[in-house]
Design a protein. Sequence first.
Length: 367
Amino acid sequence: MAHIQPFRIDIPDADLADLRDRLVRTRWPEQECVDDWSQGIPLAYARELAAYWADEYDWRSREAALNRFDQFTTEVDGLPIHFIHQRAPRHDAFPLLITHGWPGSVVEFHKVIEPLNAAGFHVVCPSLPGYGFSGKPTHTGWGVERIAEAWDELMGRLGYQRYGAQGGDWGAAVTTQIGRNRGRCVAIHTNMPLGRPPKGLRDPSPDELAALERLDYYQKWDSGYSKQQSTRPQTLGYGLVDSPVGQMAWIVEKFWSWMDCDGHPENVLTKDELLDNVMLYWLNGCGASSARLYWESFGSFGGGGPVTLPTGVAAFPREVLRAPRHWCEDNYTITRWTTMPHGGHFAAFEQPELFVEDVAAFFTEYR
């Protein structure tokens, strides 16, 4: 059996000093020409967040909070993989694999791991290849299909012959592929089901109209990042890995756009929470390596055969790509569909109580 090594986050002081120096020396662009976020993250808010990051944000306390979770690394298919493995005290606890996406990280789950433990679940949260504290692939081929196989191997290595899988964003694509592969997985749950409008759709329902409007907005105004990351991730990486404000702006603008936040990200998350997530990209220099997953798999996102495993869906109203249930039924064997009252793309981060309640209710019967 491959070695599993305990891991603890311990960032050198020199890295934190370098970060602050770069923040202080930021070369700022001129102010946007509009009075909203329609041209991107506003200069005033970017400066406010950067100043807080440089002078008030306390990484050591945030690092200690993340280190309350049991963390490990292990090599899977030649690549070091970082993961949280938080076991529940119950003898009959059910293993649950949760996968993040972009521009997220394992930080997204810091408010749901302990409640899921309390609900009777062992929780495994890996960092995607090229993200956080996982290794960065040096060769092509680390797309969704390979990650899904690696995650199933990881769960087997941890001694789990039956488990459930959950995910959103890229985590939804990986979880869907795990469901196709079956392997040791017995059921999946997602907060971003992959579904497309039917061909020749006529007389759409109000729910379909809302989904089509959201899709149209995404394609016109919200998808430029994916075109760049899926075509030239390396070029983008030079700016993101060199400039902390550049990396922060690239990520936080998407939190504004994709959360159910009534126009401002701090209506849902604190500055500290936003920066915790950014730090996992900045400290590990993941600007290019995280974007390469788009180069590997964006063209096939949503493709593939149907999932025959039982599937639960938590449908949050501000999801990036909303899909009514009947758009998804050809892709999944849906046994539970919950329409949520509020929340957006980062479900566990934004609405941890709703997330835990639905995930726990779905997987309870598979213990």
